[in-house]
Ligand binder design. Sequence first.
Ligand code: FES
Length: 119
Amino acid sequence: MSNSLEEGLEKAAIRGAARHVFVCIGPDCCRSRDGEALWEYMKRRVKDTRARVMRTKAACFRICTGGPWIVIYPEGTWYGGVTPARFERILQEHILRGEPVREWVAAKNDLNGRPPEGV
Ligand code: FES
């Protein structure tokens, strides 16, 4: 059964979102089971914390090593090697408080047309 448009927009959390997290769960940047474990953890913790964030499986980012990868917009902050434990810190500090975990930031580009900041 398909959702109505309103149900779909509500389920995707589009209207209330402050950030959008895309995740690659492998299989080339990491083992698929590690990627799936991260995805399941993300889903649960985003729901638990009522974080104002959309989450999307984005398949391959073409990095294909050092994953699982996530990128958080609007900042365009990239994190690799994201385990559930690492995601918990990223959730608490970056997603909920707006403070990126600087030592884990692999790249940054908010796609605003200006040169990316140094990491
Ligand atoms: S499989 Fe994850 S970046 Fe390519």
